[in-house]
Design a protein around this ligand. Sequence first.
Ligand SMILES: *Cc1c(COP(=O)(O)O)cnc(C)c1O
Length: 336
Amino acid sequence: MHLALFPRVKLCQTPTPLELMPNLTKALGGPTLWIKRDDCTGIATGGNKVRKLEFLVGEALAKGATHLVTQGAVQSNHVRQTAAVAAKFGLKCTAVLEHRVQTNDKDYLQGGNVLFDNLMGLNIEHRPGGTDMQAAIEEVGARLSAEGDVPYLIPGGGSNAVGAMGYASVALELLNQANEMGLRIDHLVHATGSAGTQAGLVAGFNALNAGIPVLGIGVRLPRDKQEANVHKLAAATSAYFGGPEVPREAVVANCDYVGDGYGIPTPGMAEAVMLLARTEGVFLDPVYSGKGMAGLIDLIRRGHFKAGENVVFLHTGGQVGLFGYADYLNAAAAAA
Ligand SMILES: *Cc1c(COP(=O)(O)O)cnc(C)c1O
């Protein structure tokens, strides 16, 4: 896995911290809990998409692109991070936002990530929930080409083989950190959505023979579909960097913590957000890492992990999204 062979721009402050969570460990009384702080990647409040954008924008610049085009839900962290990186490189940026969450909540529609998007001057187009969003960005790309721009299309979540390289690089970074600290990582747990994060980690650990099992906590699709998406992308990513075949068993997702659907808050998410804030002063997000941590907390309570095991939670960022859910979270905090 020779990452320097691929076009890349340096965006992240690395390595992101790998920290013990002593108070959360004590509060839950289970395995020893650690956190890998990819909420601290360093641009526009950070998050996991910056990792992918290092390789995506590397390729975009190598191809002479002038305009980044991507898509996501209204409160997309990926769109916010893409817009910030575009600003940094002097590229134009257009995002198509899918109204995937049915709501009239002003905070959701105008606060959080949307406020950041607007402040960055992002060109935004809106589409109703259920739109074929890949087709939507292809249409926008064709229109921009006709106008003389050189568009570079980034799929939702930056999740293709090029973007997932960002998380193959994290597999290497995390393994190096663990080796230096003398830390045996028994499990890595994180929220999985568009699949690129888990695919890159699985492909990377597989190529490095790390023996670190990855558990993705789903936020949208049922388990069979999520695992199939992750495995397909992990295989493509490994092929892209010249790595070995990725066994199907290396891909494990648990999709029991989605609740009523993507972006719809759950009591478990609110509990997880408050528990991390109150024990460690760490903020999770309402759509991904909050539900991911809700899954981890529940699995610990059910005795899924052995005493003495080291479990690392990958914090994928997204705190800005909390401001899109202020009413729900304030009510949960008042009731807690
Ligand atoms: C996008 C995102 C994820 C999920 O990562 P994927 O690569 O899309 O699976 C997790 N957490 C946050 C905060 C995100 O924005």
